[in-house]
Design a protein around this ligand. Structure first.
Ligand SMILES: [Zn+2]
Length: 151
């Protein structure tokens, strides 16, 4: 007998992480969400600046989100910090699935020719939601891209 729920799951590997992802559930979750920076999400200038910078994110991260069925431009809980004249962000994305194995160093530093500063990705289980939801978070230093607006 075939377990249909099993066929929904797919294995995704990323920088030492091995994930079992519920692709249909993740992509349908993202489908109807507002974009980051829109009023429905949060229209503040920090969120809008984050969205502007997404096109400059490393290709491996763009590919990862595509494989997960997630959308970099949606959902994320975005935090902004301004320090030493630089804009730091932590953004957190929800993905349906679980972590099968993780690398020793859980926060992965990813080189990015498009951006100065660091770009890091980590993946963790959201404990309060059982073991079927994971949190993918990005720590990044971004340039200020919005015109006519400063911090
Ligand atoms: Zn905001």
């Amino acid at each position: 007998m075939q377990d249909w729920t099993f066929s929904r799951k797919k294995t995704v590997r990323f920088e030492g992480y091995k994930l079992l992802i519920d692709f249909p559930k993740t992509s349908s979750y993202y489908q109807n969400l507002p974009f980051i920076g829109e009023e429905e999400h949060c229209g503040c200038m920090y969120c809008r600046n984050y969205v502007e910078a997404i096109l400059s994110f490393p290709e491996s991260v763009q590919v990862l989100f595509h494989e997960l069925g997630a959308d970099l431009r949606k959902d994320a809980y975005v935090s902004h910090f301004f320090e030493d004249n630089k804009h730091y962000y932590i953004s957190s994305y929800k993905v349906f699935g679980k972590i099968l194995s993780k690398p020793e160093l859980e926060l992965i530093e990813i080189g990015n020719p498009n951006l100065e500063g660091y770009f890091k990705v980590g993946i963790q289980t959201i404990e309060s939601s059982g073991n079927s939801v994971i949190d993918l978070y990005i720590k990044v230093e971004l340039p200020w891209l919005l015109e006519n607006e400063t911090n």
